[in-house]
Write a protein that binds this ligand. Sequence first.
Ligand SMILES: [Zn+2]
Length: 255
Amino acid sequence: MDMIDIKNESGFQEQISESECPSSFESTMNVSANDGMPDFKSKIISGQIQLREKRGRSRAWNIFATMIDENGDEIENFVACRNCFSSYKFVNSTSNLVKHKCFLQYEAKENQRNPQYVPLSFEIKDKLSDAVVQWLVKNGRSCNILQDSGLKDFVRILLTIGADFGENVNMEDVIPNPATIAVTIKELYEERRQAIIAELGNAKNGYSITTAIWVDNCLKQPLASVTVHYIQQSAMVSRLLAVYPLARDANTVEE
Ligand SMILES: [Zn+2]
């Protein structure tokens, strides 16, 4: 797909005016730039653009995030919905953002639950700290795990379940079965794999494959990675294809 194709495709205008949240992968892939708006959505889906939580007073930041390009730089004056990846121009005012469908849905849910947060007592906070310390020490987890945005999302769901059903929920039902997780990971892997295959098919200038070998100091295990590089929409794309362990006597490279 070259730049001219992108400009001729419509879809972005519709997205802005109706604030629709396309639910299927196909429909989101079709949304492209118009009126000089860059095609952020497909880059978010392909992983070229990462979303980063934005801190701010507006509640819009519960749904919208800033976009980080491949160089780690923030894309200025644009933000994207974390739910449906629609992008919006943002210059100081969130008045457009708070009309977005995902935000309205989020607010409706929040308001149902009474958004006045109850301050937790020191006793409860101590209890939480103790439980977390027990968890980290008992299971040998890093403190960094507490910074995971995924953990926060998970806890948010737990709070919702607790609010809806009280304490009489079987914990075994709340924590997903590892077998289910494995299936979900496989599905996600296959989805991403197919997306990369499709991208490679469109890479008119071909692609290159590079490998890196290093030793994991903690595991004392030599590892090799395989990365493919190609040009997409005039920008270089890198996709990590695989990381695999090498025989331990092959540790000739230290990094
Ligand atoms: Zn959205």
